[in-house]
Design a protein around this ligand. Structure first.
Ligand SMILES: [Zn+2]
Length: 69
């Protein structure tokens, strides 16, 4: 079926809330460090899905400051 795009869409630059990319890698934690690098590289490539996933993993890694035990 033909379905021409007849509405203009702006190129997606940052379709996410900024907090989705936040997360503090814990110094000395190999996992956090690797995830932080991943996130940085993904952001450079505008791969927000990957950056978001890495940030979420950093947040979920949980080093016992506050929320998840
Ligand atoms: Zn960690």
């Amino acid at each position: 079926m033909t379905n021409p795009v007849r509405y203009s869409q702006k190129p997606v630059e940052l379709p996410l809330d900024s907090w989705l990319l936040e997360g503090d890698p814990v110094p000395g934690c190999k996992v956090c460090t690797a995830l932080g690098l991943q996130r940085g590289q993904a952001r450079k490539q505008n791969d927000w899905a990957a950056a978001c996933a890495a940030a979420r993993e950093i947040r979920n890694h949980g080093h016992g400051h506050g929320g998840a035990a």
